[in-house]
Design a protein around this ligand. Structure first.
Ligand SMILES: Cc1cc2nc3c(=O)[nH]c(=O)nc-3n(C[C@H](O)[C@H](O)[C@H](O)COP(=O)(O)OP(=O)(O)OC[C@H]3O[C@@H](n4cnc5c(N)ncnc54)[C@H](O)[C@@H]3O)c2cc1C
Length: 470
């Protein structure tokens, strides 16, 4: 016994219990607490290699194909388009996603194309004054073990395609899947050809055909929330030649102007060669009525009266694409027998946390981790059920966080907006703070969002389902 009455045994790691409240206080001791659950740099190898049919070669489908294949499964990808590619301009790759992409071996494929922004600055809609600030580099790498990147979508997609090709994973193009049979594990193409596997993974996007089948025939389509976004790029050479706007290119950064019902997110992509803009605004009209020829003029009209620097940059846009913004309905099922949906098919979200594709990347690694636990094909249902429950909670919470930003960013000038801006003063002035309406900065949200360990979440769920290791 020591002087405070504790036995020396109490100072062993065996006396430490992981708290039931959200806390990272035992991070330093995790190697002592459960050495067998330490996540290695290598993919956990599947004890039961499966023949997996994967539908959809989008960002989520390709990342999932890589994760599953590295774990030892045979994966064949079926994609409806005859040419692989991605539409739109930039995409943010937050640290929780980069960490996984690096683990999957994508670092050398991405490095030539990425930009690492130093910070994200929230700006007042009318003046551009900085009202919120999060340091991203090197802070996010130091805190969360991986950088926060921005990249052109086409570059991210081609990096994934190149990796898929180098790993020898087959992609069948022009292969539109019209039907699924979950009990057999088969898919049927438009021409009637049927393929059967041990498991079908559908990463077929927001208008998923598979989702309806998983839900038993009654689809729950995405919810329209009355927002649309213009996506555009500006030529940086043109910006550089204009002293009023060229300063924004001086350092790589994300800048977001927020105001009544609208915001504009900007950053450089193509390793600094292009300037990306996403301009969100209220629009509840039917996308089939949108005239693409009027997009640029309509976009300019939406932001009249905003910060002159911003409107000058908007004035430099020659081409713009208008995109409906929706949030996936919260589903109570992602799995039906041998069919599982993931990515936007399962949990599309508003892009206001920049986490939609990141969630699909996490899904891919989580599925591969959960499948690696099975010792026989009889355990497939259990493995899919654990995957489903872990990922449903995580992606559902990210849908919620994204939706919350649609309120936090869009206050009209008034008391709520003033209180929000006042709450961000400490982060702008470099004073310590314990909460922030900027979800990139808020300490609790930050740890949950970017510090999330996908594999550990799956390991813990397996342990919980078999407390005695049976
Ligand atoms: C404006 C905007 C900005 C965004 N910004 C970000 C961001 O910064 N960071 C982030 O992480 N996410 C962001 N997202 C979200 C992100 O783009 C999506 O979550 C992600 O692309 C979804 O990937 P997916 O593979 O699930 O689906 P998709 O990319 O839609 O891919 C589905 C694939 O399946 C194919 N397919 C569909 N049906 C069939 C079929 N029947 N048979 C065969 N093939 C089929 C399609 O052709 C496609 O290739 C943003 C979204 C928007 C709209």
């Amino acid at each position: 016994m020591d002087s405070n009455g504790l036995s020396h045994k109490a100072h062993d790691a065996t006396a430490l219990r992981v708290p039931t409240y959200p806390s990272n206080c035992l991070e330093f001791a995790k190697i002592f607490l459960a050495p067998e659950t330490q996540v290695s740099d290598q993919a956990e190898k599947a004890k039961v290699p499966l023949n997996i049919l994967l539908v959809g070669a989008g960002l989520g489908g390709l990342a999932t194909a890589i994760a599953l294949s590295q774990s030892g499964h045979k994966v064949t990808v079926y994609e409806q388009t005859s040419v692989l590619g991605e539409v739109g301009a930039g995409i943010q790759v937050p640290s929780n996603s980069t960490r996984i992409l690096f683990k999957l071996g994508l670092k050398p494929y991405l490095e030539p194309y990425v930009t690492e922004p130093e910070n994200i600055a929230f700006r007042r809609w009318q003046t551009g004054k900085v009202i919120g600030n999060t340091s991203l580099a090197p802070d996010f790498t130091e805190k969360f073990g991986a950088p926060y990147y921005v990249i052109h979508r086409a570059h991210l997609h081609s990096a994934l395609c190149q990796k898929v090709q180098d790993m020898g994973i087959e992609i069948k193009l022009g292969a539109r899947i019209e039907n699924y049979n979950p009990s057999v594990g088969s898919i049927t193409l438009a021409d009637g050809t049927t393929y059967t596997g041990d498991l079908v993974v559908a990463a077929d996007g927001i208008n998923s055909v598979a989702r309806k089948i998983v839900l038993g025939g009654e689809d729950l389509a995405a919810r329209k929330l009355g927002f649309a976004a213009y996506r555009a790029t500006v030529d940086v050479e043109r910006m550089k030649s204009d002293a009023e706007v060229s300063w924004i290119l001086k350092k790589p950064a994300l800048n977001i102007w927020i105001g009544d019902s609208r915001h504009v997110m900007t950053y450089t992509i193509g390793a600094g060669k292009a300037f990306n803009m996403v301009l969100s605004h209220p629009d509840a009209t039917d996308p089939s009525t949108w005239d693409p020829l009027k997009a640029v003029d309509n976009m300019k009209a939406e932001f009249e009266g905003w910060d002159p620097v911003l409107t000058k940059m908007i004035g430099m846009v020659d081409k713009s694409l208008k995109w409906p913004l929706v949030s996936g309905s919260v589903l109570d099922k992602w799995v039906s027998e041998k069919l599982v949906i993931l990515g936007d098919a399962a949990h599309a979200m508003l892009p206001y946390m920049s986490q939609g594709a990141a969630m699909a990347v996490e899904d891919g690694l989580a599925l591969s981790r959960s499948l690696a636990k099975i010792n026989s094909k009889e355990q497939l249902a259990e493995s899919l059920s654990i995957f489903e429950s872990v990922r449903m909670e995580r992606a559902g919470q990210m849908q919620e966080a994204s939706l919350l930003n649609s309120h936090l960013w869009h206050f009209a000038d008034g008391p709520l907006q003033e209180a929000r801006d006042a709450a961000m003063i400490p982060e702008v002035e470099g004073i310590p703070f314990s909460y922030s309406p900027n979800q990139w900065s808020d300490p609790a949200t930050q740890m949950w969002c970017y510090g999330y360990d996908t594999e550990r979440a799956i390991d813990e769920a397996w342990e919980k389902s078999r407390p005695n290791g049976v």
